[in-house]
Write a protein that binds this ligand. Structure first.
Ligand SMILES: *Cc1c(COP(=O)(O)O)cnc(C)c1O
Length: 370
């Protein structure tokens, strides 16, 4: 296998999908794949066996969903363009708006209009992932909602909120409390309520029973259809990024630098954005095992550092390194900074075979630039 390459494991993906399908079955809620997290559409036929549809962030994702998924197609964007709303209206079942102004402009054109609300209840401290942070542009706050024109309110079939990121159902519970306190009276008039994403449902410590209780209570109390649109939970731990060691720099003291043919900046940008250190199979945190290394990408960016790790045995040029949990927010965010090659994409099939889905070349790099 040529590196760098992503491998998506169909067995692990299916394990996640089974968990999500069970939540749908036992609550009657509908679960959508948030395509912005994972949209390797080769796997859509598999995902479609379990989930109800997709959540899109705009026209291109909505088109991808229509072409390759074919289930319910929901879209939310902070603002839509005049030039795209007709096509969106045609291919999307729900169009979720971010402001009453957008509702005024476009709601009459779409099949089912919704509005994103801002519950103004933060459950996390990382502000770039917190839509409830001060001056957030995402969602309508209760103050504005209360003074909205009646005719615009009447155009709404549903409400949507998205405030969580990698969180458990206790954070959802708090958020739902905040939503009900302020928006409860309006929920009785809605047909649906979308609880957004950020639900870490397939993580081993996630309290699924509490999620189910919340869903069932909301459904019964307000007589609404409940939607969830997780991204991470769908493909959590289902992907790997395989890279090769190109060179090892023996610094006199301190850890040794390893340069690999993958890059944090190009292939795992969340490592720098979040930031976090991805797991490598066979490695431990620095200082735990005997041989210590600091992994960097083959780009010019000094900060293209993936992390520091320790190994039982010394590494050598040509060794393969396997990073874990690399299906989510990777392929969708890749770039070709420095002209670095995009990783190939493989499926690990149910039979355990590696199947090449897509390879990238110089042409893919060139094609985006002129
Ligand atoms: C990011 C996002 C999601 C998916 O979030 P995950 O953390 O991947 O589950 C769903 N809905 C909206 C509106 C989002 O912005």
């Amino acid at each position: 296998m040529e590196t760098p390459a992503y491998i998506i494991d169909e067995k692990i993906l299916t394990r996640n999908l089974e968990i999500l399908a069970e939540v749908q079955k036992s609550t009657g809620a509908k679960i959508l794949l948030a395509q912005k997290c994972f949209s390797a559409y080769y796997f859509y036929p598999l995902i479609k066996k379990y989930l109800s549809g997709t959540a899109s962030s705009g026209l291109h994702e909505a088109r991808l969903s229509k072409e390759f998924f074919g289930g319910e197609n929901h879209v939310y964007a902070p603002a839509y363009k005049d030039s795209e709303i007709i096509e969106l209206a045609e291919i999307c079942d729900h169009v979720i708006f971010n402001s009453f102004r957008q509702v005024e402009k476009f709601a009459d054109k779409v099949k089912s209009a919704g509005l994103r609300i801002n519950p103004e209840h933060s459950t996390q401290k990382i502000s770039i992932y917190d839509p409830c942070s001060k001056n957030s542009r995402l969602g309508v706050r209760i103050d504005e909602f209360k003074s909205a024109r009646r005719d615009l309110l009447e155009k709404l079939d549903g409400l949507h909120f998205h405030t969580l990121c990698e969180q458990n159902s206790d954070a959802l519970e708090e958020t739902v409390d905040a939503v009900e306190k302020n928006f409860g009276e309006y929920l009785y008039k809605m047909k649906w309520l979308n609880l957004g994403g950020g639900h870490h449902i397939t993580k081993s410590n996630y309290d699924i029973e509490r999620l189910k209780k919340i869903i069932c209570r909301l459904k019964n109390k307000y007589d609404v259809e409940i939607y969830l649109e997780p991204g991470e939970a769908v493909a959590l731990d289902a992907g790997f990024l395989v890279a090769s060691v190109l060179e090892i720099q023996n610094l006199r003291d301190g850890v040794q630098n390893v340069i690999i043919d993958a890059s944090a900046a190009c292939h795992m940008p969340d490592v720098l954005e979040m930031p976090y250190t991805p797991k490598i199979i066979g490695a431990a945190e620095i200082g735990v095992k005997k041989f210590n290394y600091r992994f960097g990408g083959a780009t010019c960016l000094a900060g293209d550092i993936i992390g520091e790790y320790s190994f039982d045995n010394p590494l050598n040029e040509g060794d393969e390194i396997i990073f874990c949990d690399m299906a989510i927010y990777t392929m969708v965010k890749n770039n070709t900074f420095n002209g670095v090659k995009l990783p190939a994409i493989y499926a690990k099939t149910f039979d355990g075979e590696l199947k090449l889905i897509k390879n990238f070349s110089y042409e893919n790099f060139k094609g985006r630039l002129s």
